[in-house]
Write a protein that binds this ligand. Structure first.
Ligand code: HDD
Length: 699
């Protein structure tokens, strides 16, 4: 049987596009409209008339523009792209898109936060969704993951509880986009299975620098099934080629005000600029007969499989290379369903996964108004769809023929069921019906400790500060105390440090830390490839030294970084030799902030530097970037701004230990030289300099 297939998803989506260029206005019925600015009145000052079908239709359509936002992951940003496997994985799976290295499978990815509503800020402390729809030739496969490899709860029946607890509180709908409130921590304190995920949530993973610099995880253990029917357990990992990078908390909070669309904008701009985000798909493969080899249960979604036990094998690459044409039609209407798997991929008995298999299909009925949501362009599979499912709200197809049942002869027996197709893995199941958690799920602390042990010094500091912030916003002392009690089970020093910051008595030690670590868990092990996509603010004012400025911008551009020249007056800049420099990005210094950049350089030039030194905004800009551990550079007279900002070492005196890390200064007069440029780019590669002393920096 041969099926006509569109060659690619772009073509399929293009067929749904409507371009209004060069057209004239009509109603939904195609009737030409003569005037859309005035409704039909009985006399120019008289009452409006009911017969004005254009008025009624226009207002009716507006009234119904909104659909219910997702009950979780409401705030999201999407992009199109493609996935290609490096080498055939036929040894493990029959999934064609994982077996044919020639095949480029179209994908749509939606990144999201969990807690906040559709209009909430991007940079809140939260888990991030990383959902990928693969439009494979065997049907859609949805990998609906997060940027953290574990989940708060073990059984999906507790999902409504954990989400009610973390969402804004029911009586006043406060706070938006934040877990720092009583109900969340009350739940955590009573439900120790949340602890491991909470450790991740309190780490910098919860404030990613960008969707481009964020890992993704399928979380559950899935199965791969090969042509012989043999099953291999698998964990899915997405690793960003740019490395995994985060913001710092003070920065994240400020960005929520200066640019609530920070992550969305970053993704959009990177794709528009051709700097396509890339992620490697990695698999942890566990042979069927090793299911019980570990001291945790593979079915427990609050556990990772440490990479020291099972390495992550890179198997393919995802590239995001096209922004959606329309946010609502694509990003808002995309419907991911965990149950969408293709032959060769199957589920396990993870009780969280099992509940998800129900929820995702179900939720679309409310969100998308009925059962025909798979016909929406962004959801439509590339594979041909033939079945007897029919009718319902918004049926877009016109099925022909009489044989709408199976078996039939009226339709020639079609669609045929030849006995091949998706076959569920014939797992043998034997047990009593019980409402009980497996005892193999009982250890909630060992991997929380593993995570803590694996953190570098600065990561630990950030975790302690996050706990202090979050619990400090929690009004009930008893809740704070209970959480500290759990932290004591994770690590004594952690519990003591958190307790000291939130007015809780120092807990007594309860046991030994097991001392195990997993290097892959630390951000320090995930630095990625250099400066690609990093954003650098170049501070300049009239009289800027133009040769060095041009060299700097070019050097950054050549390495794939982006330089924005920020001057007090946007648009144009007079240089030291009285030329006028057109600034391609018409961003003024005062419309931007240091928190929106990865690094800062102060350009040279006497008049330019003199003006910046007197400018409180510029002084704060530099001091704040220093406080947030970002690379900082200054050329010749520009060093004056670093001095004014009080940066250690800028006055020529030796900087205390670590204080000068990531600060690159060219003291000699004249344009930025090759040494400076090289050193600054090396500093930019180093991302952040948390070895700088944190006390005494005012910003
Ligand atoms: Fe979920 C959306 C990820 C557990 C029920 N979830 C949703 C999205 C992501 C995740 C990324 C947004 C998809 C999009 O962009 O449209 N969810 C996860 C992960 C989980 C998880 C990684 C644990 C490993 N979820 C989970 C459970 C349940 C749900 C246990 C219910 C029992 N999730 C939903 C939902 C959502 C959803 C209510 C809301 C909107 C949607 O599905 O389409 O069905």
């Amino acid at each position: 049987m041969t099926e006509a297939r569109p060659v690619d998803k772009d073509q399929q989506l293009a067929a749904a596009r409507v371009d209004h260029t060069g057209t004239r206005l009509t109603t939904d019925q195609g009737i030409p409209v003569d005037n859309t600015d005035n409704s039909l009145h009985a006399g120019a000052r008289g009452p409006s008339l009911l017969e004005d079908f254009h008025l009624r239709e226009k207002v009716m359509r507006f009234d119904h523009e909104r659909i219910p936002e997702r009950v979780v992951h409401a705030r999201g940003s999407g992009a199109h792209g493609h996935f290609q496997v490096y080498e055939s994985l036929a040894r493990y799976t029959t999934a064609e898109f994982l077996c044919d290295p020639e095949l480029r499978t179209p994908v749509f990815v939606r990144f999201s936060t969990v807690q906040g509503s559709r209009g909430s800020a991007d940079t809140v402390r939260d888990v991030r969704g990383f959902a990928t729809k693969f439009y494979t030739r065997q049907g859609n496969f949805d990998l609906v993951g997060n940027n953290m490899p574990v989940f708060f709860i073990q059984d999906g029946i507790k999902f409504p509880d954990v989400i009610h607890a973390v969402k804004p509180e029911p009586h006043n709908e406060i706070p938006q986009g934040a877990s720092a409130h009583d109900s969340f921590w009350d739940f955590v304190s009573l439900q120790p299975e949340t602890l491991h995920h909470v450790m991740w949530l309190m780490s910098d993973r919860a404030i990613p620098r960008s969707f481009r610099t964020m890992q993704g995880f399928g979380v559950h253990t899935f199965r791969l099934v090969n042509a012989q029917g043999a099953n291999t357990f698998v964990k899915f990992h997405w690793t960003p080629v740019l490395g995994t990078h985060s913001l710092v908390w003070d920065e994240a909070q400020k960005i929520a005000g200066t640019d609530p669309d920070f992550n969305r904008r970053d993704l959009w701009e990177a794709i528009e600029a051709g700097a396509f985000p890339e992620y490697e798909l990695g698999l942890q493969l566990i042979p069927e007969d090793q299911e019980f080899e570990y001291d945790f249960d593979l079915l427990d979604p609050t556990k990772i499989v440490p990479e020291e036990l099972v390495p992550v094998t890179p198997v393919g690459k995802l590239v995001l290379d096209r922004n959606p044409n329309n946010f609502f039609a694509e990003t808002e209407q995309v419907a991911f369903c965990v149950g969408n798997v293709v032959p060769g991929i199957d589920f396990t008995d993870d009780p969280l996964l099992q509940a998800r298999l129900f929820s995702y299909l179900d939720t679309q009925l409310t969100r998308l108004g009925g059962p025909n949501f798979a016909q929406l362009p962004v959801n439509r599979p590339l594979a041909a769809v033939h079945n007897h499912q029919q009718d319902g709200f918004a049926q877009h197809q016109i099925p022909v023929g009489e044989g709408n049942y199976h078996p039939n002869t009226l339709g020639g027996g079609c669609p045929a069921v030849p006995g091949t197709g998706f076959t569920h893995f014939p797992e043998r199941v034997d047990g009593h019906k019980v409402r009980r958690r497996s005892e193999t799920f009982a250890d909630h602390y060992s991997q929380s400790t593993l995570f803590w042990n694996s953190m570098s010094g600065w990561e630990r500091e950030h975790i302690i500060e996050a706990f202090r912030f979050e619990l400090g916003k929690c009004n009930r002392m008893a809740v704070r105390e209970r959480v500290v009690g759990h932290l004591e089970q994770v690590d004594h020093q952690l519990a003591v440090a958190v307790a000291a910051g939130i007015g809780v008595d120092e807990p007594a030690p309860v046991g030994e830390n097991h001392g195990r670590r997993s290097r892959a868990l630390s951000l320090t092990a995930r630095t990625g490839n250099g400066v690609l996509g990093r954003k650098v603010a170049v501070l300049a004012a009239p009289g800027v030294e133009e040769v060095g400025l041009a060299r700097l911008c070019q050097a950054l551009h050549e390495r794939g970084a982006k330089a924005d020249v920020l001057a007090p007056m946007a648009g144009q800049l007079r240089t030291s030799n009285r030329d006028t420099l057109e600034l391609p990005e018409a961003k003024g210094l005062y419309t931007m902030a240091s928190v929106l950049y990865d690094a800062v350089v102060v350009a040279g030039g006497e008049d330019s530097a003199a003006m910046l030194v007197e400018d409180g905004y510029a002084v704060h800009f530099v001091a704040e970037a220093y406080k947030h551990a970002k690379p900082i550079g200054a050329v010749a007279e520009g060093v004056g701004l670093l001095r004014r900002a009080g940066l250690p070492g800028a006055d020529g005196a030796p900087a205390p230990d670590g204080a000068g890390a990531g600060v690159v200064i060219q003291s000699e007069a004249g344009p930025a030289g090759a040494d400076f440029l090289e050193e600054f780019i090396a500093a930019l590669t180093g991302q952040r300099y948390f070895q700088r002393p944190r006390k005494g920096v005012v910003a």
